[in-house]
Design a protein around this ligand. Structure first.
Ligand SMILES: [Fe+2]
Ligand SMILES: [Fe+2]
Length: 195
């Protein structure tokens, strides 16, 4: 399993656009957090870790939202990455399904692993303002624009939290996120924000 995992990590990094953000600052933390939560809830840890790692793999080097959403594209790339790494089909299908249901696409009877990856993704988002700022400004957005986009994203994601267990912590993280973002905003306004 460890060998399979390290192959998937390597292939995932190679496929992603801006890997220092989408991979290192987002995919890897979501993978670790999903794995820890899988242990907490007695879910399948391999499925959760790999789903967490690959959920945003649709942001690839050739990502084009006009052709396919990052979810559709992500499911295709994950299939080829998991196949290349030699992950058995049963796992492959379960992992790809966690990609399909992330970003508020869970269904009534979605498996626990899907719920864990889904909520872990949102909670990690709230922990990473600097990475998100860098990412948005890397796509040409000004700091002011990045801040207002991040505020909107943060508010949009809060009601998406699915598992009762995470609702309280998500609320706290959301409030902390807005407070931290407010501090960044003040720095931008008084000219002390540097990147
Ligand atoms: Fe996503
Ligand atoms: Fe994500």
């Amino acid at each position: 399993m460890e060998k399979l995992k390290s192959k998937v990590y390597k292939l995932a990094r190679e496929n992603m656009i801006k890997p220092e953000y989408y991979f290192e600052a987002h995919g890897v933390p979501v993978a670790k957090y999903s794995k820890r939560n899988a242990e907490l809830f007695d879910a399948n840890s391999f499925t959760c870790e790999m789903g967490g790692l690959l959920h945003d793999i649709g942001y690839t080097v050739d990502y084009n939202p006009e052709r396919a959403s990052h979810i559709e594209r992500g499911m295709e790339i994950a299939y080829s990455v998991l196949t290349k790494a030699g992950v058995p089909s049963d796992y492959k299908n379960r992992i790809i399904d966690t990609i399909r249901t992330h970003d508020d696409n869970l269904e009534e009877n979605s498996p626990l692993e899907n719920r864990i990856v889904h909520d872990s993704d949102l909670l990690v988002f709230y922990d990473s303002i600097p990475a998100n700022m860098e990412l948005l400004s890397g796509f040409g957005a000004s700091p002011g624009k990045s801040i207002s986009r991040l505020k909107a994203e943060a508010d949009k994601k809060l009601p998406w939290i699915n598992m009762e267990y995470f609702k309280g912590v998500a609320k706290e993280k959301h409030a902390q996120f807005l407070a931290n973002l407010g501090a960044v905003e003040r720095m931008v306004n008084n000219g002390s924000f540097k990147r």
